[in-house]
Design a binder for this molecule. Sequence first.
Ligand code: XIL
Length: 374
Amino acid sequence: MVAQSNRRDTIKMLGALGLLSACGTTAGAGVGGTTPSLSALAQKKGLRFGTAMAAHQLNDPRYVEIVLRECGALVAENEHKIYVILGQEDNWNFAPGDALASFASQNDLRMRGHTLIWSHPRWLPDWLNATTFSPSEAEAWLDMYIGRVAGRYNPQLYSWDVINEAIDADTGELRETPFTKAMGVDAITHSFFAAREAAPDATLVYNDYMSWEEGNEAHRGGVLKLLERLLKDGAPIDAFGIQSHSNYNMPDEFTPERQRAWRAFVDEAVGMGLDIYLTEFDVNDTRLGPDIAMRDRLIADYTKDYLDMMFSYGETKELLVWGMVDKYSWLQTFFPRTDDVEKRPTVYSSDYEPKLMRDAIAASLRSAATRTVG
Ligand code: XIL
């Protein structure tokens, strides 16, 4: 049983079952070897490399093997979110999040928390969206929930996305949730104070999906305004989480002009003294033709360009990808393709072979400057 053994035992056991892929050899046409691991390459530069993982993937030995071989850090894809933990009022469900946390600790993987408050009504449970709070009730509820969840995993989790996606991408304004309706922006600030109290040593992060893509100007502006406000109000925020999904533009649309605008945005965020965490990297190929070699090439080229830019900031401290194997990617169902071709948004193909994206990540890590660990 994978979750009961340590990393060395697990790898040995998978090897005996003949489930290990060819580490360090040429695994597929045009793809380099897989040693050193992405985590080892990252660590050499003061960075962390890791992935999102879902609890059901603990039952897939080939997925587990890739995670243990390549990653130094883990984040739960859904299991630490409020819609899992408290999807039903008064019915706490920690089992799936606990399973991932035990797997991480038994295998010497560091683990981040995602996310205490997803400040977006689409992702809050119906019962919570239907609740009306007074300002003091909202504050007490946030203290209770954040205290219980962040407290449960303290001190294991080294970092928390305290707030996810608080800014409306179209307007740049604060999204309305039961908490912001009651407290305005103080709901956000207060959540950071509550997280600091429950997890004093964790790095606390504001995480959002604004990107270099077309039509993101309002989102970027709104996020900068929010970060400024949080810092002005003394919120204990350590890092800015840039999710790094590319949802709408295709990988060959990261033009010099968009790169300049994106750099200006990141400059402003690091100018506020925040570290940068790349928290959910993947590459959407909704509108690329079906040819696999072409898609993999464009995705890898974009990956290299994007990561080179992001690692050029000494403030960038980690890269987490949103899944390691294509078939499990959320993008197979979100932003669907019009043909029924499988998407290729992650590092390994659905038959567990490393793709050109892996070479691109390795190359960016190799050329990154060394930074102080954060
Ligand atoms: C996604 C998960 O991957 C899906 O399984 C789930 O249905 C919805 O959420 N931004 C985030 C992540 O912050 O939590 C989202 O994860 C992807 C977008």
